[in-house]
Design a protein around this ligand. Structure first.
Ligand code: GDP
Ligand code: IMO
Ligand code: MG
Length: 424
């Protein structure tokens, strides 16, 4: 078997797009299984930068089949815009497949996402307002519209009518918003359905055959472990399971279909949106990470919160995802910092713990215990081998391996697909 799951090991934006693009050079299939257009994955190839939300990051290779699996929630408008802009850049979409069972994000999902966030006031989650939570809520409530419904005009019409009736009541009576119009929405979305139809199929069957034929398959994680609905910093999480276990349900494959699990992390930590962040830095080091690392969200443009690397989080990611190795990105961003720190434990209510707590109030009140490391000043973006890195950078990577009980197989030293070190 020749399959690898690539999963975010922190709060998202770990550089998954870059690593998928690198691995996709030799992949037959790249599969998105979770999340929706809340994801923003960057692929840099020479002077071209691609920002992908729904289309898998293997799309730049014409022979790689790119699958949007059943667990993804698809905003037809966003996916079509993305397809149009890729085609305008000369990227072929012949190998894009969308699963029949994937749920469709409708305008009322986005409206309710926005209104619910407003209503939460100071307790807002800081969502991307892409309608993700409301769409997954409809899926769980068993009233969602799936691609297979969307493609049948009469089925779509009936489902949209009953959903919109309910959603308009919620929008007006609960949130004091304005009703959305059925006719305009139906006509507009029917047009989108017609355009998407030729890409749809039962992707679970395609994948089953591919894996049986020993094809190289990569599962492209979106978001990250700490945003997982169960294991993350609930309620400051997304509404899906962006962990390797979630990829099985979201791609329609069994757990034995995944051989390697590669966790992607930054050499430090970032987070967009609200919620606890033990190692957050609101000082000049935080500013260094923000500015040198260009830490601004791909989907919303928001400045990312930045902090030291947190081994408590990475150990959780190793455990929950069954990681076989880690890729550490953006090591170059740390160049120039005199001293580096990694949180090894937390002190919670006076007690030292090695494990990530379930209660977020404990997380909010915890004090990280840090181990300090010497920094380096050299520009490392040209390094091609582990041996090329300054001694202090090598020590930092070795410390991560020890603290997380997981080997590091790749190191990112720049945004381009060329700026990557394979560590034996
Ligand atoms: P994703 O959501 O996990 O795919 O990550 P994003 O694309 O949202 O954010 C990662 C950002 O870091 C992007 O701007 C990447 O181009 C950039 N990036 C990825 N790896 C590296 C690296 O090793 N060094 C530097 N400097 N930038 C990187
Ligand atoms: P990629 O794939 C970083 C965060 C949002 C918010 C929370 C819930 O690029 O790593 P949602 O819109 O999903 O209901 O928002 O999750 N979030 C992400 N943060 N990277 C992402 O994706 C994210 N997708 C969602 O900022 O805090
Ligand atoms: Mg991102």
């Amino acid at each position: 078997m020749n399959t690898t799951a690539l999963v975010g090991a922190q709060w998202g934006d770990e550089g998954k797009g870059k690593i998928i693009d690198i691995l996709a050079q030799k992949a037959d299939y790249v599969v998105r299984a979770t999340g929706g257009s809340n994801a923003g994955h960057t692929v840099v190839n020479g002077d071209k930068t691609y920002k992908l939300h729904l289309i898998p990051s293997g799309i730049l290779y014409p022979d790689t089949v790119n699958i949007i699996g059943n667990g993804v929630v698809i905003d037809p408008k966003v996916v079509l815009e993305e397809m149009d802009s890729l085609e305008a850049l000369g990227v072929k979409l012949d190998n894009l497949l969308i699963d029949y069972r994937a749920h469709v994000v409708m305008p009322y999902h986005k409206e309710i996402d926005e209104l619910a966030e407003l209503a939460k006031g100071a307790n807002a989650i800081g969502t991307t307002k892409r309608g993700i939570g409301p769409c997954y809520a409809d899926k769980c409530d068993r009233i969602g519209i799936r691609m297979v419904d969307f493609l049948q005009p009469e089925v779509f019409k009936a489902k949209l009518r009953s959903n919109l009736e309910l959603k308009n009541k919620i929008i007006t009576a609960v949130y004091g918003g304005k009703t959305l119009d059925f006719d305009g929405m139906y006509t507009e979305y029917l047009g989108y359905a017609k355009r998407l139809e030729r890409f749809t199929c039962d992707t679970g069957v395609v994948l089953y055959d591919a894996i049986k034929a020993n094809k190289r398959v990569i599962f492209e994680g979106a978001q990250g472990t700490l945003l997982d609905l169960d294991s993350g910093t609930y309620p400051f999480v997304t509404s899906s399971h962006p962990i390797t276990g979630g990829f099985c349900a979201g791609a329609g494959v069994g757990p034995t279909a995944i051989k390697e699990c590669l966790g992607i992390a930054k050499a430090y930590t970032t987070r967009v949106g609200a919620g606890p962040f033990p190692t957050e830095l609101n000082d000049e080091v935080g500013n260094h990470l923000l500015n040198v690392g260009h830490e601004f969200g791909v989907t919303t443009g928001r400045a990312r919160r930045c902090g030291w690397l947190d081994a408590v989080i990475l150990r959780l990611a190793v455990r929950i995802n069954g990681l076989t190795s880690l890729a550490i990105n953006k090591l170059d961003t740390l160049s120039g910092l005199k001293t580096l720190k990694i949180a090894t434990h937390y002190i919670i209510n006076g007690k030292k713990t090695a494990d990530f707590p379930a209660d977020i109030s404990m997380l909010e009140g915890c004090t990280p215990v840090y181990e300090e490391f010497e920094g380096w000043t050299e520009d490392i973006s040209g390094c091609k081998k582990f041996e090329d890195l300054p001694k202090a950078a090598k020590n930092y990577i070795t410390a991560i391996e020890k603290l997380c009980d997981c080997k590091v197989s790749m190191i990112g030293v720049g945004p381009d697909r060329e700026n990557n070190i394979y560590k034996k």
